[in-house]
Design a binder for this molecule. Structure first.
Ligand code: SAH
Length: 218
């Protein structure tokens, strides 16, 4: 049985410390911690998993997908470096949890999900929590959201076999993209892709992770 937000935050802090030498990030940021505390994770997990909602681990959701481990959500969010009012493109809405965390940081979120069932449930949850700053679209997220581009922040929450070209195109100057890259079904590498103001890209490997595959594109 999970103990609630305090225990989850303690576990997330521990994970940050344990991998600090590899990530270059010393600790959980206070704003990200507030966002994690503000979003009731129990609302986003399957009813039978409610007792584990605040555990620091990934859980299964519908359509054979998963809601990421809170530490990974926190790390990706922190790498994305979102300020209030920033616009974020998320690929892989899933349960809507990561989008809700970004919204709690004051971001305006555009999120794409390929499964109608997941997108519909996520929209209902976000409405119930009165989160009005997340827009969900059903479709192939590897194409991004051209009508809203360019983005200063792009977060991909499914494992890409390589950097998706359309998403790179939609990453504006000074922008940051965080995504797992690697073979589907295997271990991916969480990467931080930064576009410099002169347009060039800098890619940094952050940490090995395991995500469900990013489907489609090519
Ligand atoms: N961010 C989610 C977890 C995402 S799991 C959360 O917080 O709950 C990965 C999600 O990516 C799954 O819901 C999967 O259906 C979706 N996905 C995979 N490939 C996709 C694609 N090409 N376009 C949009 N969504 C995709």
């Amino acid at each position: 049985m999970s103990e609630g937000p305090d225990a989850m935050i303690r576990a997330v802090r521990r994970d940050f410390r344990d991998v600090a030498a590899r990530t270059g990030i010393p600790s959980l940021d206070a704003r990200v911690e507030m966002a994690l505390r503000a979003v009731p994770r129990d609302v986003f997990v399957l009813p039978e998993d409610r007792g584990h909602a605040w555990d620091n681990r990934a859980l299964r959701i519908d359509c054979d997908q998963s809601i990421s481990q809170p530490f990974v959500v926190a790390l990706m969010t922190q790498l994305l470096d979102v300020r209030p009012g920033a616009t974020v493109l998320e690929i892989g809405t899933g349960s809507g949890y990561q989008a809700a965390v970004l919204a709690a940081l004051g971001a305006l979120v555009f999120s794409v999900e390929r499964h109608l069932e997941l997108a519909t449930a996520a929209v209902e949850r976000l409405a119930r929590l009165q989160i009005g700053t997340v827009t969900v679209k059903i479709g192939d997220g590897t194409r991004g959201w051209p009508e809203r581009a360019p983005f200063g922040h792009i977060l991909v929450t499914a494992g890409a076999s390589r950097l998706p070209a359309a998403l790179l195109d939609q990453l504006g100057p000074g922008g940051r993209m965080v995504l797992p890259v690697g073979p589907p079904g295997g271990t991916q590498c969480l990467q931080l892709v930064a576009r410099r103001s002169n347009g060039s890209l800098v890619v940094r490997d952050v940490l090995p992770v395991r995500f469900v595959p990013l489907v489609g594109g090519g």
